[in-house]
Design a protein around this ligand. Structure first.
Ligand code: NAD
Ligand code: UDP
Ligand code: UDP
Length: 343
């Protein structure tokens, strides 16, 4: 193998990521792309707490410095403003590749950029993993199942995706990213992991990112009607962010490539979700119907038996327990926003 540094900054030969099991808990150096975003910043918190060195790569398209600002000054934390569409040279043990806008509003804003991020960005991170022998984890999505004909969705389902629709830049982008990941595994022997993440919510989501949980919560706090798209009978399954972070780390540390569904199997219609938000935030909250967007999947619910069995993972936080944890963060930020406007 080539020369690289291990997480301690010492020069070592060979594949630095492949420390045989049992050598002990060496401190690792870990890259998190998209680490200034919603999920990424929670992952970074947990990795730093575990004692690892973390390098965040982010272009701040949807991420914010504030999400990781509490680590500034920590010598084990590094933040690099960089776009993953461009190559980068680093020496690390593990790569969590999250960089990609996740909200439909954000990923449709510049669809070609979304495809570039998914394809060229993933290619660059896989090229990096290959060069330095790092383990690579891709955060794919339940959107690879499209508007599913199988319910709930198992990992063996190949999906039902419109290749020419407005969501395709994301769905097909992630499907290509999965393909690249498997080709680098088969062709270049890169150690890879694939997670298929289902709708996730929690503190630090962008206030106005257009996703349904953040919309309803922000609307209820601002005393605006919650906007239900279509008839509100479409379903989603909502996972609290700490459960996802636990799942991603179990996947990275485990022996199985995947893909693994990571989601909460509790299934809610958008009308039921509005009801839970109403109970949690404001009993007088109202709803208003709006036209739905194109190609909106009718239902989605993960079958998580594979992750339960092989990763010994399952979500712990129900929607009713998780929502309040997000509400206090949203209240504070909305308050600050309003104060900002008043000055
Ligand atoms: P997010 O938008 O909050 O975070 C994405 C981060 O990636 C942001 O910090 C953004 O600035 C950064 N980024 C985007 N393009 C980049 C580029 N070209 N170069 C460098 N950085 C870039 O979204 P999130 O919810 O935290 O999602 C994280 C990952 O999880 C994404 O890959 C997303 O597809 C996946 N995912 C999330 C969900 C969910 O419900 N949150 C569901 C399925 C999959
Ligand atoms: N790459 C990178 N950092 C590295 C190694 C590779 O960004 O440390 C990029 C490289 O620029 C290329 C991509 O990853 O665009 C794929 O690299 P690979 O070596 O697999 O393919 P090649 O360079 O031969 O096309
Ligand atoms: N949705 C809604 N009101 C909103 C935003 C979204 O009813 O203000 C619906 C949307 O039509 C979809 C579901 O909520 O059926 C989930 O949308 P989101 O954008 O959160 O995630 P998706 O699963 O579509 O990626």
């Amino acid at each position: 193998g080539r020369l690289g540094t291990n997480g301690m900054g010492n020069w070592v030969g060979g594949k630095v990521g492949r420390v045989p099991a049992g050598i002990g808990k060496r401190r690792m150096r870990i890259v998190v792309t998209g680490g200034a975003g919603f999920v990424g910043s929670h992952l970074v918190d947990k990795l730093i707490a575990r004692g690892d060195d973390v390098i965040v790569i982010d272009n701040f398209f949807t991420g914010r410095k504030e999400n990781v600002a509490h680590h500034f000054g920590n010598p084990r934390f590094e933040l690099i403003r960089h776009d993953v569409v461009e190559p980068i040279l680093l020496e690390v043990d593990q790569i969590y590749h999250l960089a990609c806008p996740a909200s439909p509003v954000h990923y449709k804003y510049n669809p070609v950029k979304t495809i570039k991020t998914n394809v060229m960005g993933t290619l660059n991170m896989l090229g990096l993993a290959k060069r330095i022998g790092a383990r690579f984890l891709l955060t794919s999505t339940s959107e690879v199942y499209g508007d599913p004909l199988e319910h709930p969705q198992k990992e063996t389902y190949w999906g039902h995706v419109n290749p020419i629709g407005v969501r395709s830049c994301y769905d097909e982008g992630k499907r290509t990213a999965e393909t690249l990941t498997m080709d680098y595994h088969r062709g270049a022997d890169v150690e890879v992991r694939i997670a298929r993440i289902f709708n996730t919510y929690g503190p630090r989501m962008c206030l106005d990112d257009g996703r349904v949980v953040s919309n309803f919560v922000a609307q209820a706090i601002r005393k605006e009607p919650m906007t239900v798209y279509g008839d509100g009978k479409q379903t989603r399954s909502f996972q609290y962010v700490s459960d996802l972070v636990d799942g991603l780390m179990a996947l990275m540390e485990g022996e199985h490539i995947g893909p693994f569904n990571l989601g909460n199997p509790g299934e809610f219609t958008m009308l039921e979700l509005a009801e839970v938000v109403k109970e949690t935030i404001d009993p007088s909250a109202s709803i208003m119907f709006k036209e739905n967007t194109a190609d909106d999947p009718h239902k989605r619910k993960p079958d998580i038996s594979k992750a339960k069995e092989l990763l010994n993972w399952q979500p712990k936080v129900s929607l009713r327990d998780g929502l309040p944890l997000m509400v206090s963060d949203f209240r504070n930020r909305i308050l600050n926003q309003d104060e900002g406007k008043a000055h």
